[in-house]
Design a protein around this ligand. Structure first.
Ligand code: GLU
Length: 546
């Protein structure tokens, strides 16, 4: 077989450059010894899984702590999985969590293009090289033939795939190949595997430690019939030419490792270090299972942005899942920036990382309680601007007013911090009654309308914005007394049946009238924040409703 001739017939020299050209175009990176070049290489599916953040954080930490480079490569070889706007989603979601790329798709960088579809020429050059060396060949098998082989293998409990006796096109004669080409039969290019499944090797996985890897014997497709490479082939060439030194990726890729090892070998490239991290799991009742894109809303990164989880809280929690000694470090240095933590691959979990949203919520509550007035305002505003309703957006038009609301409702800036706010959405919903745009009370009083009306009218006549808390309360008491309600709690407790209620019931009526709620922070302060005009308007509205 004249392999050179076949290589030229399949991929002409016109379409590719000599291999040295690519080596010169993408030289070794000038980095300090020990610096790691890592990457995130997602497919543009439009869905960012929590696992993507997990892997991204590990790769980002390792690259940046070692003085290396972290880049983004888009693996878009599978047209069917591609979704419009997906790269934007990748950038947005990771940026939110503070994951910064040094180079990559839609960013600058000397090792691009960072979209695989734009790198076709390099893949063709190397496919051609493999054909020349008799290490790749055209395969003309039809979908139907492959399906028959699959069925035969299943029925006979044989290993699936294109190998050995099932690799029908592996041994086509020169004549057969040219005849097929002449007939215009579509073909793919397959690797001529040199491996043997009976041979096993010990492999050092950076996360899992020593593992056993069986040699690949599959003649995997390297170029599809439309000339687009498969992920396996493209990733090997890209990791070589982007000078990746370490690949941390999900353990679902472990089964492809034998193929990758063989591809690097036949291509003559140095294999990067690989670490396969465990999948993220959760408890589902008594059973532990993988976090599922279909079943669990919290599997999507969008979920955390839509709910308004503080990015630092999510990062902190993810770090506790990623590195077993992070929590201890955080307890010791709660105020240090988390990037000062020394990340280590050796401390990554070898089996499933158990994700517990309640723990994340705890971390979030603690985090939210550390924000000062302007940080809280900016954080909630940023959430509302992106995910809130128009009314919620308008909450942030008056900074002074809203900061006072936050100080009262959440204790922001004060000594009594509330620690029960998990996310921005919850906090913004909580303050809704301070804003007329969303103030729509259902006035659920516990007393009859007439009593309430008398109380509200009575209070309205004596209400004075200038009253301090004590003077204000004295007036509430006076209204209570006028309506026969107990003003002295001792007297009330001694004989509750003697009164329709006590002063706190009066305060509740006023509270419901002005806020719509039976439970709120201090009512005098609320009225101070609402201001005289708005307080009176609300009292009038409530009276009108009775
Ligand atoms: N494109 C693969 C993915 O979508 C990346 C696998 C790898 O990191 O090698 O996850």
């Amino acid at each position: 077989m004249d392999w050179n001739k076949l290589a030229e017939a399949l991929i002409t020299d016109e379409n590719v450059k000599p291999l040295e050209y690519y080596e010169a175009l993408y030289p070794e990176r000038a980095l300090e010894k020990g610096a790691q070049v890592t990457r995130l290489a997602p497919s543009p599916t439009g869905f960012m899984h929590l696992g993507n953040l997990y892997v991204a954080l590990a790769n980002e930490r390792i690259a940046h702590q070692s003085g290396g480079v972290f880049y983004l490569r888009i693996e878009d070889t599978d047209e069917k999985r591609k979704v419009e706007g997906a790269v934007e989603v990748i950038h947005q979601s990771l940026k939110y969590f503070g994951v910064a790329f040094d180079e990559g798709a839609d960013l600058c960088g000397d090792y691009g293009p960072y979209y695989q579809r734009q790198r076709a020429e390099i893949y063709h050059a190397y496919a051609k090289e493999l054909i020349k060396r008799g290490l790749a060949y055209p395969c003309f098998c039809t979908e139907e033939e492959l399906e028959n082989t699959r069925n035969h293998q299943t029925e006979n409990k044989l290993l699936p795939g294109y190998y050995g006796e099932f690799a029908k096109c592996r041994n086509l004669t020169e004549e057969e190949i040219y005849e097929n080409l002449k007939a215009g039969k579509p073909y793919v290019i397959r690797l001529r595997s040199q491996g043997d499944v009976n041979v096993k090797h010990t492999f050092r996985d950076e996360v899992k430690g020593e593992i056993t890897v069986t040699e690949n014997n599959q003649d995997v497709v390297i170029l599809k019939s439309d000339g687009i490479p498969t992920y396996h082939f493209a990733h090997a060439i890209d990791d070589h030419f982007m000078r990746t030194t370490l690949v941390i990726r999900g353990e679902e890729w472990l089964s492809s490792l034998p193929i990758h090892i063989e591809l690097f070998k036949v291509l003559g490239f140095r294999l990067p270090k690989y670490g396969h991290n465990c999948s993220i799991q959760k408890m589902d009742g008594e059973t532990r299972r993988k976090l599922s894109k279909r079943k669990d809303p919290e599997a999507s990164l969008t979920f955390y942005r839509e709910q308004g989880y503080h990015p630092t809280a999510v990062r902190k929690y993810m770090m506790t899942l990623l590195n077993s000694n992070f929590e201890e470090w955080l307890l010791k240095f709660p105020d240090k920036p988390i990037d000062e933590f020394k990340y280590s691959i050796g401390k990554m979990g070898k089996s499933g990382a158990l994700f517990d949203i309640l723990k994340l919520n705890d971390v979030s509550k603690t985090m939210m309680a550390t924000l000062n007035e302007s940080e809280m305002f900016d954080f909630l505003k940023a959430w509302a601007d992106e995910f809130g309703s128009d009314e919620q957006k308008s909450y942030f038009a008056d900074r002074t007013y809203t900061e006072r609301v936050l100080a009262l409702c959440m204790g922001v800036g004060g000594k009594k911090r509330r620690k029960d706010f998990v996310c921005a959405k919850q906090a913004v919903e909580f303050i809704s009654y301070f804003f007329d745009e969303t103030f729509c009370p259902d006035y659920a009083y516990r007393f009859d309308k007439q009593t309430v009306k008398k109380v509200l009218l009575g209070f309205k006549t004596v209400y004075d914005y200038a009253d301090d808390a004590q003077a204000w309360f004295d007036k509430v008491k006076a209204v209570a007394g006028e309506n026969g309600f107990a003003t002295d709690m001792k007297a009330y407790k001694a004989d509750p049946a003697a009164f329709p209620g006590n002063v706190s019931d009066i305060a509740e009526m006023l509270r419901i009238a002005t806020t719509g709620l039976a439970n709120t922070p201090d009512l005098w302060t609320i009225m101070q924040i609402l201001g005289e005009e708005r307080t009176l308007a609300r009292l009038n509205k409530a009276i009108g409703n009775l």
